[in-house]
Design a protein around this ligand. Structure first.
Ligand code: GDP
Ligand code: MG
Length: 230
């Protein structure tokens, strides 16, 4: 059976982690959680250290969401890599479906807009996402419905050799743009999103959406296909 690593970016998630970890460890598949903490000032690391079989990568200072994912991906040895947030907004119970979808696709995104039950996503977050996703599809010839999703799966051979230069939330756009430039089709499956009940969001969505709009044009002009594994 192919191995599965789950990469979980963490920044001050002590309120969400206990329930998230219980749900993750109850899944009926074998997996290895790789938590990447960005100098949380709360008890997140102590909670993670008690999780059997997990790996904890700790940054001394806040290097950003993208830097955490980059380090998690670098540390992964598994055939399949799933990225999921620690706040429980994306249900860990969707991970087995993501893993199955990776049997026939190199990259799988969990889309909150394909789920039959309405996802709990606010209109302004949905609107910014829709705008950037539509422009992304036009510029990069993809058919995504949810570019901003925090739940993604990759076959390691597709992602591990790919350059990742952006350390903040721009990582979301950089990864998708680089995949598209290399003619990798991003496959989506539905995922039912539930806004967090505990802790606080760290992403300032309006600011990031403006940054994404600028970067979208920049990537469309400058990105070239990566030679190698694709
Ligand atoms: N390692 C790391 N994780 C982060 C950082 N910012 C956010 N996260 C984590 O990334 C996930 C998504 O962040 P969140 O603030 O919930 O973004 P939102 O879902 O878009 O509101 C959560 O698990 C956060 O704990 C960061 O700078 N470093
Ligand atoms: Mg969140």
């Amino acid at each position: 059976m192919e191995s599965v690593d789950i990469i979980i970016p963490v920044l001050n998630e002590e309120a969400s982690l206990p329930q998230f970890c219980d749900r993750l460890l109850s899944l009926p598949i074998q997996l290895r959680p790789i938590f990447v903490d960005n100098a949380s000032s709360d008890n997140s690391c102590r909670i993670i250290e008690a999780i059997p079989g997990s790996v904890l990568i700790q940054h001394d200072s806040n290097e950003g969401y993208g830097a955490s994912l980059r380090d998690g991906i670098k540390a992964s040895l598994a055939d399949k890599i799933i990225i999921i947030d620690a706040d429980g907004e994306y249900p860990p119970e969707s991970i087995p479906d993501m893993v199955t979808a990776l049997e026939s696709h190199e990259v799988v995104y969990g889309s909150r807009f394909l789920a039959p039950a309405a996802s709990e996503i606010s209109w302004y977050r949905a609107g910014g996402n829709k705008l950037v996703t539509t422009l992304f599809n036009l510029m990069f010839k993809q058919k995504l419905s949810d570019l901003y999703t925090g739940c993604k799966g990759f076959r390691r051979r597709t992602i591990q050799s790919m350059p990742m230069e952006y350390s903040g939330f721009e990582h979301v756009l950089e990864i998708a743009a680089r995949l598209a430039r290399n003619n990798v089709k991003i496959h989506e499956i539905p995922i039912c999103y539930q806004a967090r009940e505990r802790g606080k969001s760290k992403m300032v969505h309006t600011k990031e959406t403006f940054k994404f709009l600028y970067l979208l044009v920049f990537f469309a002009i400058t990105l070239r296909p990566t030679s190698g594994k694709f």
